[in-house]
Design a protein around this ligand. Structure first.
Ligand code: BES
Ligand code: MG
Ligand code: ZN
Length: 494
């Protein structure tokens, strides 16, 4: 548990202190510390350069304290992500030193609003503290941590706003944590039915409506593409629908969120090699992000209508499984030639897109999916790949992602690429050949968006990490919950 306070303690009372500084702008009133820092500068031990860290222990008025100095780089180059990354780094140091009562000195700058900084620091601290030890017999004993933001000249910001910024940070981080937990759950524990129950629970807790449709209902809707993928599994597919109506005045305006929900992807008969399959419990990262974002949106009572849809199933091998060469239908009526059973995500998404358009009547769609290994090849683990049919909506996603630090970049969607997914004997084929794999996968899903403004986020590279980076630990990252939340907030009440 992490608890936050504001000005509730002075720096002098806590066992650990984080002091962030800009490069060459190290201002310190306190005499003794001032001397110390001047010395560190002179000896080139700490200059406030980005990521530079120095720690020491001191005694003040009988209290022994660990002080961590952390560099933020040049003030004019500061952004929220730099703050998050470096506050996280300093906090990790204090954790190592076993400090649980921590003061964070506020960052003074005209470049970013104080409330934004508070929110970002709260998110970074909460997420740095995340662990997934549910399945460990012996759990590391996790001490409660108390964080106090101090040393802030807050005459320009109301106490209420300060509290609200911290609370908002907590609510966002909590959505990210929910997404991480869902991704980290193994597929034997988290299959479609369990995911459905879990979302129902979350809906009750956070205040959104949940409907879970089973096999029969999915058949009635004619979701043949979705059902074809699910056929090889003994676990029944579920269509999970989340509805949050925060803006009753504009009931017709609805943001749609579609998340890929493969609770496991073996590849089917186009079987994955062992190493690639090992992390495929994470193939519901898009679903997890939609669910996490729904909780944050509802918790913050955003004035917006948001519908989330997840077509949850498993891609498995069985006598009844779908096969390479099969031609299948879809809810939209388009026929699809399945040339690779491992390109299953786009088939489930195709029907989820049609459903959210025709049954839930959304006016725009953001669709999130761990869709292609090619996204990793193109953009690596730090940037989400975007494909869109609407540049305005896409630009908005890009600028929000810059703000949240969950980077995203648009790929081209020229007409030529659409040729690559046309089938000789059906309307579409589910693979587009060796090249431009992320684009053709996205465009396949786009065929089912039709005229509705749509942005596709391929998070195959960003939803999961094998090594801990900054405030993201190993495993599910919870990307891009924060971006979806901020996008919804930006559109709220517009
Ligand atoms: N779930 C995978 C994509 C993936 C790969 C996610 C690596 C996370 C990390 C998806 O279902 C898949 O298998 N895609 C194929 C598509 C191909 C057959 C056109 C791929 O990327 O190889
Ligand atoms: Mg696959
Ligand atoms: Zn997949």
């Amino acid at each position: 548990m992490m608890e936050f306070g504001f000005k509730t303690k002075s720096c002098r009372e806590t066992s650990g202190v984080i002091m962030p500084f800009f490069e060459d702008k190290i201002i310190m009133k306190h005499e003794e510390l001032k001397k110390m820092i001047e010395h560190l500068k002179k000896t080139d031990k700490f200059n406030g350069k980005l990521g530079e860290m120095y720690n020491f222990t001191r005694e003040i008025d009988g209290v022994i304290q660990d002080i961590v100095l952390i560099g933020l780089g040049k003030e004019e180059e500061i952004n929220l992500e730099k703050i998050k990354v470096n506050i996280s780094k300093a906090y990790k140091k204090l954790k190592e030193l076993k400090d649980t009562d921590i003061a964070v000195r506020m960052i003074r700058t005209d470049a970013i609003e104080t409330n934004e900084i508070l929110k970002a620091m709260t998110i970074a601290l909460e997420l740095t503290d995340y662990t997934f030890d549910k399945y460990k017999s012996k759990k590391e004993d996790k001490k409660d941590v108390f964080i106090s933001f101090t040393g802030c000249n807050v005459s320009d910001i109301e106490e209420e706003d300060v509290k609200d910024s911290i609370e908002e940070g907590i609510d966002i981080a909590n959505g990210v944590v929910i997404a991480r937990d869902l991704v980290n759950e193994p597929a034997n524990e988290m299959y479609p039915e369990v995911l459905g129950f879990k979302v129902q629970e979350l809906g009750e807790t956070f205040g959104f409506e949940v409907e879970v449709l089973g096999q029969e209902k999915i058949e009635e809707l004619g979701m043949e593409a979705f059902l074809s993928v699910a056929k090889g599994s003994t676990n029944e597919p579920k269509l999970i629908v989340m509805r949050y109506f925060g803006d009753n005045e504009n009931k017709k305006k609805r943001l749609g969120l579609v998340g890929k929900g493969l609770t496991f992807d073996s590849g089917g008969y186009s079987l994955k090699p062992t190493d690639s399959m090992a992390t495929m419990k994470s193939d519901m990262g898009g679903a997890a992000a939609v669910i996490g974002a729904m909780t944050s949106i509802a918790k913050r009572d955003l004035k917006i209508n948001v519908i989330g849809v997840v077509a949850a199933c498993e891609n498995m091998i069985d006598g009844n499984a779908y096969k390479a060469g099969d031609i299948i239908g879809s809810m939209a009526g388009k026929t699809i030639e399945v040339l690779n059973t491992d390109a299953e995500g786009r088939l489930t998404l195709a029907d989820a897109m049609t459903y959210i358009k025709t049954e839930e009547k959304v006016t725009e769609i953001v669709e999130l999916a761990t869709l292609t290994g090619a996204a990793l090849v193109a953009l690596g683990e730090t940037t989400t790949a975007l494909v869109t049919n609407n540049d305005d909506l896409c630009s908005e996603v890009v600028s929000v992602s810059e703000y949240t630090g969950e980077r995203a970049w648009k790929l081209p969607a020229f007409e030529e690429y659409k040729e690559l997914i046309k089938s000789d004997i059906a309307d579409l084929k589910n693979i587009g050949g060796r090249y431009a794999g992320t684009i053709t996968a996205g465009l396949f899903v786009g065929e089912f968006a039709e005229e509705t403004p749509w942005v596709h986020m391929d998070i195959a590279g960003t939803a999961w990490t094998d090594k801990p980076v900054t405030y993201k630990g190993k495993g599910g990252t919870g990307v891009p919950v924060n971006t979806i939340y901020e996008l919804a907030k930006g559109r709220a009440n517009r």
